[in-house]
Ligand binder design. Structure first.
Ligand code: UDP
Length: 244
C-alpha cells in the first residue's frame, strides 16, 4: 500500500518506480481515463502561484515526484517520499509495459518532426508497440477539437503529451471527458530526448540528483527555472514548519 504526501497543497503519490509501473499496468487493464503527472519543483511552484493548476495536478490518478527538490521538500513534513520517480524513466517503463501488452500510443508534442522521430525510435526498441499517431505540439486552441477527434479515431490506449508544463497538464485535464485513451501522461521534453534532439544527463548526474545542473550547463537559459528550486524548497520548509 502507498499513501500520498502533501507538499504546499499538492498531493504526491508515495511510490517507488516499480510501484508506479504496476499502477500504470493496472490502468491499462481498466476502462477509465487515468491522468499521470510528474511534477518537479518548478511545476509545483507554478501550482502554488496558480490555484487552478494546483487543482489540475491534484486531479491526477498518479502523481509522482520527478525532481529531487520534491523529495527533499517531503522530508520537512515528516513524510519522506520513497524516491525520485523521473518522468522520462517512468515513460520508458510504460513503453515496456505497453510493448508486452501490445498497446498503442499516440505521441503529441514537440516541434515539427520530433514525435515522428521518437515514434521510429520506440518501434525500433519495442517490437510489440503500436504507434497510433503523431502530431507536433504547436497548435491554437481552435485546433484542439480536431486533435481530440484524431486521437480518438486512432484508438490509442496511451496518450503521451509532450507540450511542456503547464500546457500538457491543462490539455490532459480539459479534455478528460472526451479523450478515450486509458492513460494520458504529461512527458515534458521526453520526446526530444527519444528523438535524439536533446541529450539526457549521464547516469552519474541522475543518481546524484543533479539532472537539473546538467540541463542548466547545456541550456543556460534554464537559469530562471532552476532559480525556482531553492524558492520552492524554502516555501515548503516554512509551510511544513507552520503545520508541525
Ligand atoms: N512544446 C510543445 N508545444 C508548446 C510548447 C512546448 O510541444 O506549445 C514542447 C517543446 O517543443 C518541448 C517540450 O514541449 O519538446 C517542453 O520541454 P521542456 O524542456 O520545457 O519540458 P521539461 O522536460 O523540462 O518538463
Amino acid at each position: 500500500m502507498y499513501g500520498k504526501v502533501e507538499i504546499l497543497g499538492i498531493k504526491i503519490d508515495n511510490v517507488d518506480m516499480d510501484e508506479a509501473a504496476d499502477i500504470l499496468s493496472g490502468f491499462l487493464h481498466g476502462n477509465t481515463y487515468s491522468k499521470v503527472f510528474t511534477p518537479n519543483s518548478e511545476i509545483l511552484l507554478e501550482a502554488v502561484r496558480d490555484r487552478e493548476f494546483e487543482g489540475i495536478l491534484n486531479s491526477g490518478q498518479l502523481v509522482v515526484p520527478d525532481g529531487i527538490g520534491v523529495v527533499v521538500a517531503s522530508k520537512f513534513y515528516g513524510t519522506p517520499l520513497k524516491e525520485r520517480v523521473a518522468g522520462m524513466d517512468l515513460m520508458m517503463r510504460l513503453m515496456n509495459i505497453a510493448d508486452s501488452q501490445g498497446r498503442s500510443i499516440y505521441l503529441l508534442g514537440g516541434r515539427e518532426g520530433v514525435a515522428e522521430e521518437a515514434a521510429i525510435k520506440l518501434t525500433e526498441e519495442y517490437g510489440g508497440l503500436k504507434i497510433a499517431g503523431t502530431r507536433n505540439g504547436y497548435f491554437d486552441s481552435d485546433e484542439e477539437e480536431s486533435i481530440i477527434n484524431e486521437i480518438n479515431s486512432s484508438n490509442a490506449d496511451i496518450l503521451l503529451a509532450a507540450l511542456g508544463a503547464p500546457k500538457q497538464e491543462r490539455f490532459i485535464c480539459k479534455h478528460s471527458d472526451r479523450l478515450k485513451v486509458k492513460i494520458a501522461m504529461g512527458v515534458g521534453g521526453s520526446l526530444d530526448v527519444l528523438a535524439g534532439k536533446v541529450k539526457r544527463a549521464p547516469v552519474f548526474y541522475q543518481k546524484a540528483g543533479l539532472e537539473w545542473l546538467y540541463r542548466l550547463i547545456k541550456e543556460p537559459r534554464r537559469i530562471v527555472r532552476v532559480m525556482g528550486i531553492p524558492k520552492f524548497i524554502a516555501l515548503a520548509f516554512f509551510d511544513a514548519k507552520s503545520k508541525l
